[in-house]
Write a protein that binds this ligand. Sequence first.
Ligand SMILES: C[S@@+](CC[C@H](N)C(=O)[O-])C[C@H]1O[C@@H](n2cnc3c(N)ncnc32)[C@H](O)[C@@H]1O
Length: 475
Amino acid sequence: MSPNVKNRTLFTGDNLDIMRGINSDSVDLIYLDPPFNSNRNYEAPIGSEAAGAAFKDSWTLSDVDLAWHGLIAEKEPALASIIEAAGLAHGKGMQAYLTMMAVRLLELRRILKPAGSLYLHCDTTANAYLRMLCDAVFGIANFRSEIAWKRHNARSTEKRWPRVHDTILFVSKSDRFRFAPTKVPGDITKIPHTLIAGPDGRKYQTYELTGPGTTASGESGRPWRGYDPTAMGRHWANSHARMDEWDLAGLIHWPKKKTGSRGGFPRRRASEPFAPEARKVTVGDVWTDIDRINQTAKERLGYPTQKPLALLERIIKASSNEGDVVLDPFCGCATALVAAETLNRQWIGIDLSSLAVKLVLSRLQKAADEGALFDGGRLPEIHHRTDVPKRADVGKLPPYKTHRHTLYGKQEGHCAGCGHRFPFRNLTVDHIVPKSKGGTDHLGNLQLLCGACNSMKGTIDQAAFVAKLKAQGLR
Ligand SMILES: C[S@@+](CC[C@H](N)C(=O)[O-])C[C@H]1O[C@@H](n2cnc3c(N)ncnc32)[C@H](O)[C@@H]1O
């Protein structure tokens, strides 16, 4: 499904409302760097480019839509149990924070394409609970990696190991996701232990010919030239014919003595001698090579919690193609959007703060002026919106009032507000998420209210409505 939002759109507003208006299955890659539940409030320093930017990162149950908690309990029992357990183990603040995150993760899953991926940036405050939310929303089979990004140097800390890393959880919507492993130059001071002397006396890299685990049938489990991988609990990772070819070309290293040990197995030899400067290594799930934005970094804007461009570039390159749509629903000063632009991806950003739009414009303009982006240095049109987009993928729904009978049965004749029982004619259909905030006419977004509750709710959201009912002792 194509997105119903133009490339280079930046929304100012609550991402939950805005995401509700984005088509299902329309985004290729999502990076989110939400508040971490750090129990702090962040502010950009006066005098920095980002001065004025601030956001709150402490949570109480009054902050979150209590009704969402109810809806999660009804529709997503696994999620509800995790949130409940976190509340018991960690406290109400964590429960509120996870409720806020859970409703957004459900919405993000909906708008992600079937082959899409999501990276959730967090830290040890809530990473264990967020991992569980991801398991419940995306399915355990779609959990891919937990990346540790080393962002600080250790300073001595009392009673625990100094905390030096952030966590980035990587999940996909299905097993059709895109992933290109990242290679970086290896450490030239480290000489691999797998080098051997070649026929010309120079050093050559060697590689294993087997992989871990045995195979039940086929030649990958059968002996080759007298070497039996199955006996070693392994299998040939290449066909016998391929290994014969390599041997003919002199590219198999034969151990001096045939032993039962893995070290005594033949290995493939590189065709070129080992050159430390040309050596590339695959990046694993511990990232120590990307510096945080320090006080003197050129890209520093002073925006609280700004992330380095190199971090976002790595994620975007590994998990999307040119032309793909990247969404950052907590975009801050738009690091992910600038990285997406640099790498020829389309992008959509959302942030509550109206300062984010000013920063992204000035960041992109600066990059254009420096010739780093956009041929000819002309800044393309950036769309700034504050409204909720209208979904183009819901088709024609039946008039919402036709659901009255179903809802009456579902609610067993009770008003969803005060809970009293009413005759059918006294209950009217209400949108749980108001239409003005992106709510649709789907049955799941409808409830029956009595006349008094309906006028009390008006166009306020469910949380405020429930709070009002409670304040008046009606619930
Ligand atoms: C940790 S910062 C993101 C920093 C960003 N990755 C960068 O490099 O600049 C979190 C951002 O989320 C925004 N935010 C918090 N709650 C939000 C919500 N409900 N909807 C949209 N944005 C929100 C805050 O204004 C803040 O800019």
